[in-house]
Design a protein around this ligand. Structure first.
Ligand SMILES: Nc1ncnc2c1ncn2[C@@H]1O[C@H](COP(=O)(O)OP(=O)(O)OP(=O)(O)O)[C@@H](O)[C@H]1O
Ligand SMILES: C[C@H](N)[C@H](N)CCCCCC(=O)O
Ligand SMILES: [Mg+2]
Length: 261
């Protein structure tokens, strides 16, 4: 679906798909940062986690809250939506197969994102793990969801050694599928970066051709809501939901570049 189609269907909300180079890179924290910024601007925000794994059944006590609840904890009230949940900390397709189930269909995720888009200004769809992690036993991924929604994709990445390869692979896979990549975000930036981290921060946008929209400081997820909102505001992702011109026409936002590494 193109952005024009989206308007024709009456979808006015901005929909972002938040993916990453891996699991544990900070997708949830970045999702919360976008939600916090949008809420501060008075927007209605929905967070959709198509498949949550590694979480006990809904209602059970746990020290490991689902990602949607983490977003609310950090950003304040948002509409939380989760479509399937599996206890085992595995890819959704794997966890589903082990229970004799199929997982969640991309079409169901797309339909729910569209439904949420009709009542919110911003819809954030957080995948599980990296871009090509399978949502179901048919092999569909969050990439198919992003494509069907014509959503902009944010790629959350690490800054440690190893990220250059993982980030290029993710960006290449997204481009091959025709996805619109809005930018990269480093999910956790240390207080005292080492040489690899400093160089990676500089090189990631250069080697991928994708703007680095910002970094979240390590420890951001431990801040209270106000502190978190301030940190989140530094991310260079527009909180408005006006239709955006095609990616090629968007001038590269100023990436917060460190000095030469
Ligand atoms: N900037 C940060 N400050 C503090 N903690 C962070 C930060 N980024 C990530 N973390 C921590 O790292 C862990 C992984 O982050 P997060 O849950 O956001 O990853 P994810 O990419 O959403 O993983 P998943 O694939 O499980 O959804 C969490 O415990 C989170 O609190
Ligand atoms: C359990 C974990 N936190 C995520 N929800 C699922 C990550 C799946 C990653 C699969 C893989 O790439 O090998
Ligand atoms: Mg997460």
């Amino acid at each position: 679906m193109t952005p024009d189609d989206a308007r024709r269907y009456g979808i006015s909300a901005r929909i972002y798909v938040v993916t990453g180079t891996d699991t544990g890179v900070g997708k949830t924290v970045v999702t919360a940062a976008l939600a916090a910024t949008a809420r501060a601007a008075g927007q209605r925000v929905a967070v959709l986690k198509p498949a949550q794994t590694g979480c006990p059944p809904v209602g059970a006590d746990s020290d490991d809250p689902p990602d949607t609840a983490e977003v609310t904890r950090l950003a304040g009230r948002v509409t939380e939506r989760e479509l399937v949940r599996y206890r085992e900390p595995l890819a959704p397709a794997t966890a589903a197969r082990r229970l004799g189930e199929d997982g969640v269909a991309a079409a169901r995720v797309v339909a729910e994102a569209r439904r949420l888009a009709s009542g919110h200004d911003l819809v954030l769809v957080e995948g599980a793990g990296g871009l090509l992690v399978r949502l179901n036993t048919q092999g569909e991924t969050i990439a198919e969801v992003a494509d069907a929604l014509a959503a902009e994709v944010l790629v959350v990445t690490r800054c440690e050694l190893g990220t250059l390869n993982a980030t290029e692979l993710t960006v290449e896979a997204a481009r091959r599928r025709g996805l619109r990549i809005r930018g990269l975000v480093i999910g956790s930036w240390p207080e005292n970066p080492d040489v690899a981290q400093r160089c990676n921060r500089q090189e990631l946008p250069e080697i991928t051709g994708v703007p680095l929209l910002g970094v979240l400081p390590a420890g951001a997820a431990r801040l209270g809501r106000e502190g978190f909102r301030d940190v989140a505001a530094a991310l260079n992702v527009a909180a408005d939901h006006r239709p955006r011109p095609p990616a090629d026409a968007v001038p590269r936002p100023h990436a917060d570049r460190p000095g030469p590494c």
